[in-house]
Write a protein that binds this ligand. Structure first.
Ligand code: FNR
Length: 189
């Protein structure tokens, strides 16, 4: 059985290292996971004024989340948290009240940073948000990619066997997690 996985890239930068990481994950994913990016860069800033009449961008975003079985969040760390663009996208998906798009969608969090802490603090913030929007999160393995020059090229080719194996294993673990969560949700009591 195959699963559609929506991918969010938290950075809007044209030379984003997290986008390079996203391209690497697309290449390394097992055949059972079909990774599709859900863009966040064109969403307006969320306001609850929109809740009574969601604009086309907001509806398209929610439809894209509804169309996938699982979610991967690839985030940089900006000032020890997630970028505003990513939080904005999550706010869009979580509303209007009662139509939270993330509920029960299994998710995983990963990120690349040039700093020593390797997105750990941002990922903890993101995990807190994902808990609130009721997305079951893969707890382990954690994935903090310390990005050094040339580690992943623009096409998503990973320079070292160690990082390749790490990312491939992380994706395989996520596949197992998705099978478990989606399978459990199919049980009718
Ligand atoms: C950063 N950077 C950064 N790095 C880190 O490890 N912890 C942090 O809190 C921050 N804070 C931060 C804030 C802002 C506004 C910027 C632009 C950058 C450095 C960051 O890891 C580096 O710029 C990465 O390249 C960001 O990922 P993307 O945007 O290239 O995917």
């Amino acid at each position: 059985m195959s699963y559609k996985v929506g991918v969010f890239v938290g950075s809007l930068a044209s030379d984003s290292i997290n986008r390079k990481l996203a391209r690497a994950l697309l290449k390394l994913a097992p055949s059972e996971l079909s990774l599709i990016e859900i863009p966040i860069g064109k969403l307006p800033l969320y306001s609850r004024d929109y809740d009574s009449d969601y604009p086309p961008e907001g509806r398209a975003f929610k439809n894209a989340v509804a169309a996938v079985d699982a979610l991967i969040f690839i985030t940089p760390e900006y000032n020890r948290s997630i970028p505003g663009a990513l939080k904005n996208a999550i706010d869009w998906g979580s509303r209007p009240w009662g139509t939270n798009s993330f509920a029960k969608k299994p998710s995983a969090v990963i990120g690349a940073s040039t700093g020593q802490v390797g997105t750990a603090v941002a990922q903890q913030h993101l995990r807190s948000i994902l808990s609130f929007v009721n997305s079951p999160e893969m707890a382990q393995p954690e994935a903090y990619v310390r990005f050094t020059q040339g580690l992943i090229d623009d096409d998503g080719n990973v320079a070292t066997e160690k990082t390749t194996d790490f990312l491939r294993n992380w994706l395989q673990e996520f596949h197992i997690f998705v099978v478990q969560v989606v399978g459990a949700q199919r049980i009718t009591l």
